[in-house]
Design a protein around this ligand. Structure first.
Ligand SMILES: [Zn+2]
Length: 261
């Protein structure tokens, strides 16, 4: 699933190309993935692209009217400027380009709304996500720390890739109960989350276990820089131990049993 760095990369790449453009026509090939009336956004100018966690919001204006297109890529959604057999929604712009919403698994969606969603959960790279907030949400759950980090109601934007990376960076075992971390460990984990998410953005996301691509069709590069994610059997960067893949709560975790306690 695209996580914060992937959605942010898509957002910033799209912003350079489509801000200021007018939506001429929307063609929906998979009706359940477009919520609202396509006619209601035709003729609107794309005024801005925001992101909160894994959710992207386009601000659309026409005269003094402002509406929003909220987009969730879910498991396999992406945008492409090239035709693709898995296209579900086609957006034609006034400069003659067509933007394709591609989604092999058909779980992503777009929704037209008059007002942007109000989300209380802080975005993981925003200033609202603080050490105090992390401490508070972790102290409330006995679940393992890996599962706790994936909870989008606790902090928005972290998925399996960057949770594994942050836990290694902080030296914390993914199966530790969340409410059992020491204050020092929470401090380390908070810093590690920011570090790995910014690295992910810098590398333009991770093109490994799903079909994530940038809108121009190129791949992200973070898969070549992961500490543990997807590296089972390889040697830990910090010690000579082999990285193990463990299965827990229906997901894989990658761990160095020597570095992560
Ligand atoms: Zn190690």
């Amino acid at each position: 699933m695209p996580e914060l760095p992937e959605v942010e990369t898509i957002r910033s790449s799209l912003a350079k190309k489509i801000i200021g453009r007018v939506i001429v026509k929307i063609r929906v090939l998979s009706p359940k993935q477009f919520l609202g009336s396509t006619g209601s956004i035709q003729g609107f100018r794309i005024a801005g692209l925001d992101r909160h966690g894994k959710v992207m919001t386009w601000k659309l204006t026409l005269g003094d009217q402002t509406i929003y297109l909220v987009i969730h890529l879910k498991m396999s959604g992406r945008f492409s400027f090239h035709k693709d057999p898995h296209t579900r929604i086609q957006i034609e712009l006034d400069d003659g380009t067509t933007l394709y919403f591609v989604d092999p698994r058909r779980l992503g969606w777009m929704r037209v709304t008059d007002r942007p969603d109000v989300i209380d959960t802080p975005d993981a790279i925003s200033e609202k996500f603080t050490q105090k907030h992390l401490q508070r949400v972790l102290s409330k759950t006995k679940r393992d720390i890996k599962t706790a980090l994936l909870n989008q109601k606790a902090v928005a934007g972290i998925g399996n890739i960057y949770a594994n990376e942050a836990l290694f960076e902080a030296g914390i075992h993914p199966l530790r109960p969340a409410n059992n971390l020491t204050k020092d460990e929470v401090v380390r984990l908070f810093q590690a989350i920011k570090t790995v998410l910014h690295e992910g953005i810098h590398q333009k996301g991770t093109s490994k276990s799903f079909v994530y691509r940038l809108p121009d069709g190129s791949k992200g590069n973070y898969q070549n820089h992961t500490r543990v994610y997807g590296r089972e059997g390889e040697t830990c960067n910090r010690c000579s131990e082999k990285i193990r893949r463990i299965s827990h709560a229906g997901r894989s975790s990658w761990v160095c049993e020597r570095c992560q306690k």
